[in-house]
Design a protein around this ligand. Sequence first.
Ligand SMILES: C[S@@+](CC[C@H](N)C(=O)[O-])C[C@H]1O[C@@H](n2cnc3c(N)ncnc32)[C@H](O)[C@@H]1O
Length: 278
Amino acid sequence: MENEEIIEKINSFPYWISQFDLKGNLTPVPLESTIEGTMQRKSYFLDPLIEYCGGSLEGKRILDIGCNSGFWALQAIEAECDYIVGVDGRQMHIDQANFVFEVKEIDKSRYEFHCGNVFDLDFRQYGEFDIVICLGFFHHMSKHMQLLDKISQVNKDLLLLETRVTRLPGEYMQILHEPIEHYANSLDYTLTMCPSKKAVLSMTKQFGYHSIIIEPQPAHKAAVENYNTNRRLAFISSKISDLSDFPAEIKEISRMSEFTEIISMSINLLLRKLGIKK
Ligand SMILES: C[S@@+](CC[C@H](N)C(=O)[O-])C[C@H]1O[C@@H](n2cnc3c(N)ncnc32)[C@H](O)[C@@H]1O
């Protein structure tokens, strides 16, 4: 593809969620801070997963749920995965992902992107997957058990799930609302549910997964506010692999940490009620 054509195509999209270097042309992102945030997300959950898999994703078939413009799919390809299937409910994101992969000259025999609501797609038509990644998606929906059931049907072993979480101790789903017009949000219902940490552990367990929570490190927290405030976490779930040697600090949930969370939430709520904090 000629340079002018690349620039024209980049500009033909009303927005980009991730920054790509497409033969020297950078896709524009709404906030500069998202670039560092994305890099720190990679360092937080994807780099340890690649290390855990032996330093590359060679031999792995991967399913990316809510793939958007293909940023994480591209990371998986660059980590040498065999094959990646990306699904997203907005056609524009699928067009972006195909464009990115075309400019990056990724062999077409290594990927496919499909547009559709994940609840209407039968993942089984795409085969089985060693790894499923579900990033920034689990809090933009309300049918969590249904999604995990669908994932589990095609997932042979590992699930990487990164989601916003409610800080409530115990197993809870917090009901939230978001406009479906926003490009990164839910596709169908404005009502969404945000799980607590223990709810994620419990729901994944129902489908035969053993799950651990990765503890975000100071650099991750500095770049992503929700990591800093314990409102966003990455979970690694496994059906077969032994996660005891997963190369990252694992977050433990103790009575004390749950108690501290309640105190901190209560203080925040009070400060907001008093108008001291936004
Ligand atoms: C917040 S973005 C996350 C993108 C990317 N995974 C990341 O972490 O940077 C959520 C994506 O999920 C897609 N999406 C939301 N609900 C969906 C649904 N029910 N089915 C398919 N895609 C959906 C949106 O179009 C959007 O691209």
